[in-house]
Design a protein around this ligand. Structure first.
Ligand code: G3H
Ligand code: 13P
Ligand code: ZN
Length: 326
């Protein structure tokens, strides 16, 4: 199957009460682990590249890895997405390079500027059949460099449902990332995790059928945190979003759920374990291989929590529906 946009995936996900996993890719092993999980679980997939990935691997390699993945797992509908595009020029470049979906993250700009920027990207991307995700409200983490802020502080940055309606109507975008109390990274909550499901509910009531996106969704698995700490790492206070919260959001209007930190932790835990247990090992294949397997196991679990396991067929698109760039 050629690359697809998120149109069909989100329509099915919204209608049938599940969400699509969007996983950040940085190299071959991470991507192969995710793809193997999706193929075994017959799940649709979004592979996305962050600013850090773009800096680390570069567009050419990321694109080639994703293209190879699409060819390797033909049963899986795959969307190739730019995560947190910061300027019109970046989004234009990724549209021109054949990405089927781009995010323009203008959430740190004043409302009117965010609208103008997002609208500019939508006008360009839509002309090529590429879909656009925007963001309104502020997560902790990369957007503000806030790490582990308390619930009260986070609530000030939550998405305003009325503004969300105006934002969607005036930009014409295809999906909206909303701030509901999550943040990027491994240190999400100082106190008990609490997400603002009421914000999802209110936006869904005002914009029925419109797909929402949840960033900062990693669960920060205790299992990997403990392995990392056991084998010389230091992540004692790492906490993430509970699996139940993810599946609740997935049954609501959230159609795309982003994971990056969980992939990093799975990979690091596996590599640390090999290094600790086999100090004579120096063949990268013998630690990157287990890391890839661990990512696959973790992603399989996420696909079940999201409810998208077994949904590849219903999310598949007829070739004529696929973006002009593919
Ligand atoms: O966009 C969210 C990512 O987790 C941040 O990734 O450090 O690769 O830019 P990055
Ligand atoms: P996590 O840090 O929770 O994995 O979030 C990733 C993300 O939102 C990428 O855009
Ligand atoms: Zn994000």
């Amino acid at each position: 199957m050629p690359l697809v946009t998120t149109k069909k995936m989100f329509a099915m996900a919204y209608q049938n009460g599940y969400a699509i996993g969007a996983f950040n890719v940085n190299n071959m092993e991470i991507t192969q682990g995710i793809a193997a999980a999706a193929a075994e679980e017959e799940a649709p997939l979004i592979l996305q590249v962050s600013r850090g990935a773009r800096k680390y691997a570069g567009l050419r390699f990321l694109r080639a890895i994703i293209d190879a993945t699409v060819a390797a797992v033909p049963s899986v509908p795959i969307c190739m997405h730019l995560d947190h595009g910061d300027t019109f020029e970046t989004c234009k470049q990724y549209v021109d390079e054949g990405f089927t979906s781009v995010m323009i993250d203008g959430s740190h700009y004043p409302f009117e500027e965010n609208i103008a920027l997002t609208r500019q990207v939508v006008e360009y991307a839509h002309a090529y059949g590429v879909v656009v995700e925007g963001e309104l409200g502020q997560l902790g983490g990369i957007e503000e460099d806030v790490i582990g802020v308390g619930a009260e502080e986070l609530s000030k940055h939550l998405t305003d449902p009325d503004q969300a309606v105006e934002f969607v109507e005036r930009t014409g975008l295809d999906s909206l990332a909303i701030a509901i109390g999550t943040s990027h990274g491994a240190y999400k909550f100082k106190t008990a995790p609490k997400l603002a499901f009421d914000v999802i509910e209110q936006v869904a009531r005002k914009l029925p059928g419109f797909p929402l996106v949840m960033h900062g969704s990693s669960t920060v698995p205790r299992e990997y945190r403990d392995l990392i700490n056991k084998y010389g790492g230091q992540m004692p206070d790492a906490t993430g979003v509970p699996e139940e919260a993810i599946s609740t959001a997935a049954k609501m209007a959230v159609c795309k759920v982003n994971f990056d930190t969980d992939l990093r932790m799975a990979m690091t835990a596996a590599i640390r374990q090999v290094f600790a247990e086999k100090p004579t090992e120096f063949d990268p294949r013998n630690y990157l291989g287990p890391a890839r397997d661990t990512i696959k196991t973790m992603v399989k679990g996420r696909l079940h929590v999201l409810g998208c396991a077994g949904k590849a067929a219903e999310c598949s698109e007829h070739p004529s529906m696929v973006t002009a760039h593919s």
